[in-house]
Design a protein around this ligand. Sequence first.
Ligand SMILES: Nc1ncnc2c1ncn2[C@@H]1O[C@H](COP(=O)(O)OP(=O)(O)O)[C@@H](O)[C@H]1O
Ligand SMILES: CC(C)(COP(=O)(O)O)[C@@H](O)C(=O)NCCC(=O)O
Ligand SMILES: [K+]
Length: 242
Amino acid sequence: MLWLDLGNTRLKYWLTDDIGQIVAHDAKQHLQAPAELLMGLTDRFERYAPDFIGISSVLGDDLNVKVSETLSRLNIPFEFVHVDAAHPLMKSAYNDDQLGCDRWLQMLGAVDKKKRQCVIGCGTAVTIDLINHAEHLGGYIFPSIYLQRESLFSGTKQITISNGTFDSVSQGTTTQDAVHRGILLSIVGAINEISHRHPNFEVIMTGGDAAIIAQHVNRPVRLRDDLLLNGLARYFDHSKQT
Ligand SMILES: Nc1ncnc2c1ncn2[C@@H]1O[C@H](COP(=O)(O)OP(=O)(O)O)[C@@H](O)[C@H]1O
Ligand SMILES: CC(C)(COP(=O)(O)O)[C@@H](O)C(=O)NCCC(=O)O
Ligand SMILES: [K+]
C-alpha cells in the first residue's frame, strides 16, 4: 500500500508491505506544486508496485485534481479520504464539510474508546483536537512557527529577521530571540493551557514540528509521527470490512 499525506507545506508518503510494516517513507516540501513533485516520484512508486494508494489532502480541489491526473498515469487504484462525522470509529461534533482531512485522520489514528485524548498536529498550522471516549468535541487552529514569523515580518517595519531557531521559551534580549521565543511561547502556552484545562486527557503530538514544540510543553506528551498513516490504514481497513 502507498499512503500519501498532502499537507500545506510538505508531501509525506509511506509505503507499507502486506502486513502493514513501513518499507519506505519520506517528507518533501512541495512548494505548492504537489502534482509536479509526485511526477518525480512516479518511477519510484512504480518500482514499489503498491496495489492501492490512500490519500489525505488538505490542498483543495484544484490541486487534488492535478494530483489525481498524475496518479492516474500509474494505473494503480487510488482514493482520497473524505471526512465522515458519523464514522463508527469516532463520532464528531465538528462540521464534516469543513474539518480538515488530516485532523480527522490523525484523530482516527489515535482514537480509543477508553480514553480522553488531546491530539495536536504541528504542521503549517497547529491544530488541537479534543476527543472524549471516541467522541470528537471540536478543536482549535492557529498559525505555526513559520507562518507566525512571516506575519511579523510582513506586518511590521522593524522586524526583518528571516532565520533563527525555535529552541527556547526564555525571554529574549535581541529582536531575533524575542521573536523566536515569543512565537514558540505562544504555541507552547496554548498547548499548556488546553492540557491544564483538560488534566485527564492524554496529549498526543504529531507533525513536522512536534518534536521541537513537545520539549517545552509542561505535561507528559506522546510523540507519534505515524498518526496520520495509522488513520489512513484504519480508514481503508474499516471500509473494506463493511
Ligand atoms: N518556511 C519554512 N522553512 C523551513 N521549514 C519549514 C517552513 N515551513 C514549514 N517548514 C517545516 O515543514 C514542516 C511542516 O510540517 P508538516 O507536518 O509536514 O506540515 P504540513 O502537514 O502542514 O505540510 C515542519 O517540519 C516545518 O519545520
Ligand atoms: C487546519 C489545516 C490547515 C492544517 O493543515 P496542515 O497544517 O496539516 O497543512 C487543515 O486541517 C485544514 O485545511 N483544515 C480545514 C479547516 C478546518 O479544519 O476547520
Ligand atoms: K499535517
